[in-house]
Design a protein. Structure first.
Length: 317
């Protein structure tokens, strides 16, 4: 007799990294973001429009997908082909949850880069999906990369609903080339799979802008970009990020589900994020300088203690 295995939703497990008690320490070497800006430092970058918006700020509800002035700025600064109607402003963690809930059903097959931020695979698992890890090659040589050939072998034609990636990758610092990115897109397209990419570290490429990948929502109809101001702009306390896709049905479902989470972004954070995006180049350069200084300090430390430590120098992040 054949036994039918029925996929069932499961409780979300504790988010281990967010439960880590070390975050309470004054000096932590484990943070995934750059030293944050103060309010006065950020407002010093405000142009005339940002100053006007801050002075006229209302503490009422904002537009459900995010105020148009912020979504227009995100579209202009972060994307080539998208417009404000294809962006929904969320907290980054909320964006992961809404995307997974919008796309997935129990029994779907999901492939996700590992190791990763826990929710990038945990939400799918809790929905009742089968989650296959996509592991990096090259760790033993100090050059981690997510091989497109490995992804092709993991795909299940007719079953794989979603591929989840994180570029630049946290925690390895791996960054595919533009050619490798397009190969992944072609693989997803061949099975009509969605491709969700966490792009929170986009802008912190150590080799410069020439290594920055296109946003996945710009180059693939079923591509979903998760972005935000936490990592590359030094503003995690604003809790401002965004989901972007050219697929109207997906974005409509995200909006419907968001009515059950935050409903809309916080008004002060929207204006402050607008100010930051207007000064994107300066603020991103500030974070790149911090990262570069840290990397230059880490290299000789690792060389002095090579008998105790092994490491893979990151390409980004």
């Amino acid at each position: 007799l054949l036994r039918q295995v029925v996929a069932r939703a499961q409780p979300l497990r504790p988010f281990l990294i967010e439960r880590y008690e070390g975050w309470a320490l004054t000096d932590s070497l484990s943070s995934s973001d750059c030293e944050p800006l103060s309010m006065s430092e950020l407002l010093a970058h405000a142009d005339d429009e940002g100053t006007r918006l801050w002075g006229a700020l209302s503490l009422g509800y904002t537009d459900q997908p995010g105020s148009s002035f912020l979504r227009r700025e995100i579209a202009a600064r972060e994307f080539v082909s998208l417009n404000e109607s294809q962006i929904n402003v969320t907290a980054p963690q909320e964006g992961i949850y809404l995307a997974m809930r919008s796309l997935l059903q129990p029994g779907d097959h999901v492939i996700a880069t590992q190791p990763s931020y826990q929710s990038l695979s945990e939400v799918a698992r809790a929905i009742g999906c089968s989650v296959t890890p996509w592991l990096p090659d090259g760790l033993e040589t100090g050059q981690p990369r997510f091989d497109a050939g490995s992804l092709r072998r993991l795909l299940r034609p007719g079953e794989t609903r979603l591929v989840v990636a994180n570029w630049p990758h946290n925690p390895t610092g791996a960054l595919p080339s533009a050619e490798e990115q397009l190969e992944v897109v072609d693989i997803c397209r061949s099975t009509d799979s969605w491709l969700f990419v966490d792009e929170l570290y986009r802008g912190l490429e150590h080799g410069g802008k020439q290594f920055r990948l296109a946003s996945i929502a710009d180059i693939y109809k079923r591509g979903i970009s998760l972005g935000g101001v936490s990592k590359t702009l030094g503003l995690p306390g604003l809790r401002i990020g965004w989901l972007a896709s050219s697929d109207a049905a997906f974005m409509a479902r995200v909006a419907e589900l968001k009515d059950y989470t935050s409903i809309c972004p916080p008004a002060p954070s929207e204006v402050l994020a607008f100010v930051a995006l207007r000064a994107r180049e300066q603020l991103t350069q500030r974070c790149r300088d911090i990262v570069t200084e840290g990397l230059e300090s880490l290299r000789p430390f690792m060389a002095r203690h090579s008998e105790n430590f092994e490491w893979c120098e990151p390409s980004a992040g």
